[in-house]
Structures are given as structure tokens and as C-alpha cells.
Write a protein that binds this ligand. Structure first.
Ligand SMILES: [Zn+2]
Ligand SMILES: [Zn+2]
Length: 253
């Protein structure tokens, strides 16, 4: 399985519009962070977790030429607003694209993009999907078992995903005890690590480091990073097996 980080930034992206701070003005490409998403490639199939507002830019940047499935973590704008841009994959592949999410996220997609889900016949081209409510239960996808991982994003229950020895957990402030048990024996663990200062719905760097100590993955990658963290200076303070993810990073699992 190969992982490609499509975006590693927080909801506003880095640089943040109108911000003159050192990270937003940095010349280091690692400090440019689009909204958070990864692509998982496995035996010729491409699975994307979350279609961010930057989805089009991300897939063009990386030369992604097919899309076989979408997984959604939750329905916040920074995770879904690029959904309409799956249309060229429908047109090229002449297939519907399977979408896996919990019921609340699927209802939000249907409310926000109604034209993609009604049965009206149109002359224009719209996203074509087949939706699957995973109800928090494991499911099979292209020979892989995908385990949804319940997380708390402030008070909102959302999902991360575990696939084999990879777990991708974005947007959480708390990992319930039962979910901690699903995260043992990982090779690669992605964790939300927004910034140093506390936030009501996101994990801090210190809390993410504590999770790494508890869960003991072989490698951990921090994501959903805001402009408080300069890449190089922050990376220099990390333990050996902990990395700040950056856009374009590729990892073999
Ligand atoms: Zn987010
Ligand atoms: Zn969110």
C-alpha cells in the first residue's frame, strides 16, 4: 500500500488568506499546506479519504489519473467541498464511484450536493456515486479490510479509518477508549496535531505526542497543521519516529 499526502493543512489552509506571519510567508514548500486528505494506492486502485476544497488542485498536482473509491471522515467544509470535482473521473472511467461514510456525513453530502444524488435526467455532468453507510462497522474494499475508528471532534462523533497497518485519524480532540484498542500494532499512524495552544475540537502537538507514546506505532505523521508550526523548526523537536506530514509526501506501508 502506498500513501500520498494530498494535503496536511488545517481548515483554512496554510498560507492563510491575508496572514503576514512567518509560516504563511515562508519560502519552504513544506510550509504550504492544502486542506487535509490522503490517497491510498493498492494494487492499481486509488482510494481518497475526504474531498477537500483543494481536491482538484491536489489531484492535478500529483497526476492522479483514476479514482476508485472515496471515504469520508465527516462533513465539515474542509473535508467535503471538492466533491463535485470527481466528475472527470466518472467521465474517464465511465463508472460510478463508491462512497463510504457514516449516515450523517452521507445526509450532509446529499443536502449540500443534491444534484449529485437525485434521479433527474440532466444534460450536464454531475458526480455519480454509489453510497454506502458503513455504520461504523468494518467493510471490504478491493481486498482490504477498512475499519472505521470512532473519534470525538469536540462533541461531534466522527470517524478515522484503519486499513491494515495504517490508521488515518484527522480532526479529533479525543480518542475514545474502545477506539484506542483498535489502534494497536500500527506501522503508520496519522494524527491531528493542529498547534501547541489548546483548541476545543482538535489535538495539540503535546497531546498527539502523548498518543504516540501510548499507541506505539512504528511511525507517526502529524496532519491538519495550522500556521503556528513552521515545518523545519518543529520537525527538529520531534522524536525519531514522529514526522510532520507535508503535501506530496509518499509513504509505503
Ligand atoms: Zn478539518
Ligand atoms: Zn472538522
Amino acid at each position: 500500500m502506498q500513501i500520498l499526502v494530498l494535503g496536511s493543512g488545517t481548515s483554512s489552509g496554510v498560507p492563510t488568506i491575508g496572514c503576514p506571519c512567518a509560516v504563511c510567508c515562508s519560502a519552504d514548500p513544506h510550509d504550504n499546506r492544502l486542506r487535509p486528505s490522503i490517497l491510498i494506492s493498492h494494487e492499481g486502485k486509488n482510494i481518497v479519504i475526504d474531498t477537500t476544497p483543494d481536491f482538484r488542485t491536489q489531484v492535478l498536482r500529483e497526476g492522479v489519473d483514476r479514482l476508485d473509491a472515496l471515504l469520508f471522515t465527516h462533513h465539515h467544509a474542509d473535508h467535503i467541498m471538492g466533491f463535485d470535482d470527481i466528475r472527470p473521473f466518472n467521465a474517464k472511467q465511465r463508472t460510478r464511484i463508491p462512497v463510504y461514510a457514516d449516515g450523517e456525513t452521507l445526509s450532509a453530502l446529499k443536502r449540500i450536493f443534491p444534484y449529485a444524488f437525485d434521479s433527474k435526467v440532466r444534460d450536464t455532468f454531475v458526480p455519480e456515486t454509489e453510497t454506502h453507510d458503513h455504520e461504523g462497522k468494518p467493510f471490504e474494499l478491493f481486498g482490504l479490510t477498512v475499519q472505521p475508528i470512532p473519534l470525538l471532534h469536540g462533541k461531534q462523533p466522527i470517524f478515522g479509518y484503519r486499513i491494515g497497518k495504517l490508521a488515518y485519524l484527522t480532526d479529533h480532540s479525543e480518542i475514545p477508549e474502545a477506539s484506542m484498542g483498535m489502534l494497536q500494532g500500527l506501522d503508520v499512524l496519522f494524527l491531528d496535531a493542529l498547534r501547541y495552544r489548546p483548541h476545543p475540537t482538535h489535538t495539540t502537538v503535546a497531546a498527539a505526542l502523548k498518543l504516540v507514546e501510548q499507541l506505539k506505532p512504528r511511525r507517526a505523521y502529524f496532519t491538519h497543521i495550522c500556521h503556528d508550526l513552521p515545518h523545519a523548526a518543529t520537525q527538529a523537536t520531534m522524536p525519531d519516529n514522529v514526522y510532520l506530514a507535508y503535501d506530496g509526501l509518499r509513504i509505503d506501508v
